[in-house]
Design a binder for this molecule. Structure first.
Ligand code: NDP
Length: 465
């Protein structure tokens, strides 16, 4: 049977766009269908606007800190509407770049909501991006589901009064008081944004430490950094109810406490966007957590249908979706060996102020494989010896497998942690040993040089296997 396209990608986010472009570069006839916004979550409601808002939130302290360096500047007030407008203008520019990039690659752009009719046929119907477009049906030999994820709210009374990250990017005004629930990436990052811009922030999370899944020492360091930023932490605690009283809200916690606020923000995870895709007309199966099950080649249980990015149960990070999309397109249409990535050592960053970045294993994970040597340092970075923010510490940790002396994990909380971690991730991916760090000359004066000057082991952690 001949199909109209060799490849149809559903969803023009980071992973889908990379998959489509690489496939088209290999000579495939490719179409991309998008229902909402070109560039997907990362560009429109995720990484890009978030990072711009994090940067906005850091200027107030920087102006204050500049006094110690001789500047006669005043902190002033922040214009929320101006920030949102500037951010939206940049996103519109990026939307245009995505469209022109796809067009230049010879890809057919389809706007509307895609719904499977069978494993090779998709019906495209009007959607917010194309409300008046006539419905059409397309067929493709290979179809990639790259529809991403959407915020999820817990099932508690009054949850409808709360916003999620989707709305946080377009609030008409900055709330003076905000309660944020959840201490994953989104909860921590937005707590930092609102606190930096001047809001009173209450952060509610259900364990003693934030950021479940990260190294314990770094979680403790983050808890301290959140405190230093002036954010009130309610932990361990969970909301049981949200009630609205005029223009304010009351959040009731399971420890009996209540918090009055102007805005409740639920940052309690995301779910895959697969609801109205018509997957029941195909053999695509989902896992218990609702995400699409894929094999190591990103193929679903239906031959010819693939899934990449946040709809799958793999690590949900933009660069991972991009790597998956690229690799898949190479495998389906390329003539040479597909480009591959070491997803085992995917670096991660939480853009709080200061940020936390990690690569490889935590101390507890590494100890499951054998005894580990820990190198740990905590110091005041040079800028803050003058700024007076002596409590704004940098924390660094190297996790070294004792037998092989390979550095299997690196963790940094401190200014520029994410920028530093990208280079360290190369070393950890290359399985370099502690001696390779030791023979690397530092750059002075930087915080990063500490990574190559931690000569004395802080402690040994016995194997737990
Ligand atoms: P996460 O899964 O990271 O965090 C969710 C948080 O909500 C956790 O603290 C979780 O607690 C808590 N939670 C979940 N359900 C409830 C509940 N019913 N009551 C109380 N608390 C609850 O999700 P996010 O929304 O922060 O982010 C989604 C994903 O997006 C991330 O996993 C990440 O992959 C990606 N992302 C990446 C970013 C980056 O790379 N910088 C930035 C933003 C998002 P518990 O730990 O107990 O489960």
């Amino acid at each position: 049977m001949t199909h109209e396209f060799d490849l149809l990608v559903i969803g023009a986010g980071s992973g889908g766009v990379r998959c489509a472009r690489i496939a088209a570069g290999h000579g495939a006839r490719v179409a991309v269908v998008e229902s909402r916004h070109w560039g997907g979550t990362c560009v429109n409601l995720g990484c890009v606007p978030k990072k711009l808002m994090v940067q906005a939130s850091e200027y107030g302290d920087m102006v204050e800190d500049s006094h110690a360096f001789g500047w006669n500047s005043t902190r002033g007030t922040h214009d929320w509407a101006k920030l949102i407008a500037a951010k939206d203008q940049e996103i519109t520019r990026l939307n245009g770049i995505y469209v022109s990039m796809l067009e230049k690659a010879g890809i057919t752009l389809l706007t509307g909501h895609a719904r499977f009719e069978n494993a090779h046929t998709v019906r495209i119907e009007p959607s917010p991006l194309a409300p008046t477009e006539a419905p059409r049906t397309v067929t493709a030999k290979h179809i990639v589901i790259a529809t991403g994820s959407t915020p999820m709210k817990p099932d508690i009374p009054g949850a409808e009064h709360a916003i999620t990250s989707d709305e946080a990017f377009h609030l008409p005004a900055r709330p003076e008081r905000v309660v944020i629930v959840g201490s994953g990436y989104i909860g921590i990052e937005f707590a930092g944004i609102f606190a930096g811009l001047g809001s009173k922030v209450d952060l509610v999370y259900r364990h003693e430490l934030p950021l479940r899944g990260f190294d314990e020492d770094m979680r403790a360091a983050m808890k301290e950094a959140i405190h230093v930023r002036g954010i009130t932490q309610h932990a361990p605690a969970s909301p049981t109810q949200i009630s609205k009283n005029g223009s304010t809200y009351t959040v009731t916690l399971n420890n009996g406490h209540t918090i009055e606020t102007d805005c409740v923000f639920l940052a309690t995870g995301r779910r895959p966007k697969i609801d109205s895709l018509g997957l029941e007309t195909t053999g695509v199966k989902t896992a218990e957590n609702g995400r699409i099950k894929v094999d190591s080649k990103r193929e679903t249980s239906q031959p010819g249908i693939y899934a990449i990015g946040d709809v799958t149960d793999h690590l949900n990070l933009t660069p991972v979706a991009i790597a998956e999309g690229h690799n898949l397109a190479d495998r389906l249409f390329g003539k040479e060996r597909p480009r591959s990535w070491s997803l085992r050592t995917t670096p991660k960053a939480v853009f709080f102020s200061p940020p936390l970045a990690s690569v490889g294993l935590s101390e507890a994970e590494a100890a499951q494989h054998g005894t580990v040597d820990i190198y740990f340092t905590r110091f005041t970075p040079m800028r803050h010896t003058l700024s007076g923010r002596k409590d704004r510490k940098t924390v660094m940790k190297l996790v070294v497998d004792q037998d092989s002396q390979k550095v299997v994990g690196a963790h940094i909380l401190g200014d520029d942690a994410a920028e530093m971690m990208q280079g360290v991730a190369v070393a950890v991916t290359a399985e370099l040993r502690k001696v390779d760090f030791d023979r690397t000359v530092g750059i002075h004066p930087t915080s990063a040089e500490e990574l190559v000057t931690m000569r004395t082991r802080t402690r040994e952690t016995p194997a737990t296997r």
